[in-house]
Design a binder for this molecule. Sequence first.
Ligand code: AMP
Ligand code: MG
Length: 333
Amino acid sequence: MLALTLVFTLALTPGCSPVPLARYEFQRVQMGVQSRVTVYSKSEQIARDAAAAAFDRIAQLEDHFSDYRPRSELSKLSDRAGGAQKAMPVEVSPELFDILRTSLTISRASGFAFDVAIGRSVRLWRDSRKSAVLPSQAQIEAAKATGGEGAIELVAATRSVRLPKAGTRIDLGGIAKGYAAQAGVERLRELGHPICLVSLAGDIAAGEAPPGARGWTILADSEQNGGTPRRLTISNAAASTSGDTFQFVEIAGVRYSHIIDPRTGLGMTTHRSVTTVALEGAIADGVATAMTVFGRDAAADLCARFHVAAIISEPGGNAETIDPFGLLAPLPE
Ligand code: AMP
Ligand code: MG
C-alpha cells in the first residue's frame, strides 16, 4: 500500500469573520495504514463521537473488503472462484457490489491495466518482494490466467458476483482506501458534520471547506522525481496518490514497484507517481493506480472519462498535469 505522500494545511482567505467551530483531528490504524479524520465541530466530545462513527464505518468496510482476513466477505467470495458449481453467482453486500462495479468500469476503460482480479499475481509478487527472488515463468502465467477480462461477472438484478476462472482472487488494494475515505466523509455528513477530511495514507476525501478557507490544501509530494511539491486545494472532492516512492524491491539490479503490470505479472519497472483529483474517493484511488500502470499516453482518456485531474510525475522531475475540467484551478472565494 502506498505510504503517505500528502500533507495537509489550510488555505485561509483573509478577512473572513470567525465562526464558533474548532478543528479536531483523530487517528487510527485501519486497512494497514494510518487513517485520519479531521472535523470542524462545536466541541471536542461531539467531534470525537462523529470521528468514531466515521472510523466504525471504515472498519465495517475493512471487514467486507480485506483480502488479508480469511473470513472477510471478499475472501469468502474469492474462495468460491471457478468450477461448475463453485462459480455460481454469489449474492454480495451493497458495498462489495458497488466497489466491484466501479472497479470493473475502471478496468475496462484502462484495458485491464487496473484489474482487481489480480490477487494471485499480487500474492506471488509479495512472496518475491520478501525473498528477493523472481517467480518462475510458469508461476507467473498460472497467476495471470486467473485475472484479466472475464474474471469477474456482475449480475445487477440479483446483486451477485460470479468468478468463472478457477483460482481467481480479488484484491481491492488499489481502490478500497479511496472508497473508505469517501464513506467516512459520507458518514460525517449524515451526522451533521459537513466540514471534514478523511484520509487513509495517500487517499483523501474532503467535505466542505473549513470556515474562512477556500478548501483543504493538500501537498502533492513529487520528491521521488526531484520535482517541486505542489499545493492543491480541494473541497467536496477526493485526491489520491499512487506510486512506488516507499514500496519497492530491487532484484538483480532492477527496481520493481508493489503495483503489478498485468502484462508481465511482475511489479512495474517504470517509476511514475500519479496524483489524481476526482469527485469521489474510489474514482480518485482506482484511476491513480490505473495511470501508474498505463502511463501518460492513455491518461487524458481516463481523465475525460472519469472526470478526473491528474499530475503524472516521471523519473527525472518531469511532471505533466492533465485537467480537462479545471478541478485544480483555484477555488472561487
Ligand atoms: P495504490 O496504492 O492505490 O496504487 O494500490 C496499490 C495496491 O493495488 C497494491 O498493493 C495491490 O494490492 C493492488 N494492485 C497492484 N497492482 C494492481 C493493478 N494492476 N490493478 C489493480 N490493483 C493492483
Ligand atoms: Mg489506488
